[in-house]
Design a protein around this ligand. Structure first.
Ligand code: LLP
Length: 404
């Protein structure tokens, strides 16, 4: 994704031309970027030879998941819908793990029928429920237990999951009780210890703390886990910040604390795989001038892309066509929705913009389309995948009749 002369291109497709074919707003993904992210992820952790299960919640588009599958990844799912989507994309059930604090009876039954690799359970009650279903079906079910390592991920509080007040996983005491309980069970097989401390993490420290806790517990209980699932969470830069996650340090820490065990490492990355592979293309409907700033009213709203409204996330905004003329005013990019939080970014000094021009909201490949909604009864945008110059409609724009 880059400017060629002054026009933005996704691979070698000119975005201005592409936007003539599809109604805005629309998501557009670059296969090249996706592939590069996956190759890099594998390369960074090559010493561990891990099983990499893509977190479907970050992007649940079928075409995208199919490509991710072809590039060798499994899936981390959190609902029956995500599991069905992963299977539809052709992912081998033996490369699928199922996470989540509230899997329903029906979801557990479905996962057991599909013979997935692991159900990572997050409470005593869930373990008992799995055992009940397994007994009824006369099956032995492989599970993991998600440990809450009481580790502060030092990320946005809204996306932190590994502290003791968080609803996720079980504490050490319950973890050990469950290990002892499952050892005696005829229907469940404990194969995995899983953790996930949060998302958009940049520092190795929280991960190192988490690894220390895992090491302490595993060496104390002397239980051989076939898998240790470290979850996802690796952060990506959204603005021009210099923050870059140091994969090498993380790999070193994993080897230092867990290398002595024979457990296969599982990762569940989402954002680091798809985050920077997607953009949202939107048209300026109106420009509303006021004394202090200009509101740039876009045809994309918080229903199309939720992160800024939900977490105060800041995503870069750039023009589809670069011009030299700039303005000194503050440009506030907002959506058309009747909520004050429906705003994307304020920018001081931007090129001079006009109504009907196109802009790009960057790095929306993760938690973009998957978090979109029909709020204000607006249709969800189309999703276009560019692969080797081919334009693939990964998802059509929703029609009103699909939901009215
Ligand atoms: N595994 C589990 C159990 C998770 O809960 C998550 C994310 C992941 C893996 C993937 O994490 P990642 O590698 O993408 O950081 N909507 C928020 C992020 C919520 C993350 C929820 N869990 C956002 O837009 O920032």
């Amino acid at each position: 994704m880059k400017y060629i002369k002054s026009n933005f291109h996704v691979e070698d497709v000119n975005l201005q031309k592409l936007a003539k074919k599809f109604d805005t707003p629309f998501y557009c993904y670059s296969y090249e970027k996706l592939k590069k992210n996956i190759i890099n992820f594998k390369y960074h952790f090559r010493k561990l030879n891990p099983l990499i299960c893509f977190a479907i919640k970050s992007n649940s588009n079928l075409s995208i998941i199919k490509e991710i599958k072809k590039l060798g990844l499994g899936a981390d799912v959190v609902s029956k819908g995500e599991l069905a989507q992963a299977l539809k994309a052709g992912i081998n059930p033996k490369q699928i793990v199922f996470s989540g604090v509230g899997k329903s009876h029906l979801e557990l039954k479905y996962a057991i029928e599909k013979k997935i690799l692991l159900i990572n359970s997050e409470s005593k009650s869930e373990v008992f429920e799995i055992e009940k279903i397994a007994k009824l079906k006369k099956k032995i079910v492989n599970i993991g237990i998600r440990l809450n390592p009481n580790t502060d991920a030092k990320t946005l509080s809204k996306i932190s999951t590994g502290k003791k007040g968080d609803k996720f996983g079980v504490n050490e005491k319950i973890f050990i009780e469950l290990v002892n309980y499952i050892k005696k069970s005829k229907y469940i097989n404990l194969k995995c210890l899983s953790v996930h401390i949060g998302s958009q993490i940049f520092e190795n420290k929280p991960y190192e703390k988490m690894l220390k806790v895992i090491n302490r517990i595993v060496s104390k209980i002397k239980y051989e886990f076939e898998y240790i699932d470290l979850g996802g969470g690796i952060g990506i830069p959204y603005q021009n910040e210099k923050k870059i996650f140091n994969y090498n340090n993380y790999q070193k820490s994993i080897i230092k604390y867990l290398g002595k065990y024979n457990s296969k490492i599982i990762f569940e990355p989402g954002r680091s795989i798809v985050g920077n592979a997607g953009i949202l293309v939107s048209k300026i409907i109106y420009i509303k001038e006021s004394q202090s700033k200009n509101f740039i009213i876009l045809d994309a709203g918080m229903n199309d892309f939720m992160r800024p409204a939900l977490y105060g996330a800041k995503h870069k905004i750039i023009p589809v066509n670069k011009k030299n003329k700039s303005s000194n005013k503050i440009y506030e990019f907002v959506g058309p929705i009747c909520e004050s939080t429906d705003k994307f970014l304020s920018i001081k000094k931007f090129q001079k913009l006009n109504e009907n021009e196109l802009i790009i909201i960057c790095d929306v490949g993760a938690y973009g389309s998957s978090l979109s909604s029909n709020y204000n009864l607006r249709s969800k945008p189309a999703e276009i995948l560019i692969k080797n110059s081919r334009i693939i409609i990964a998802k059509k724009r929703q029609k009103l009749r699909d939901f009215i």
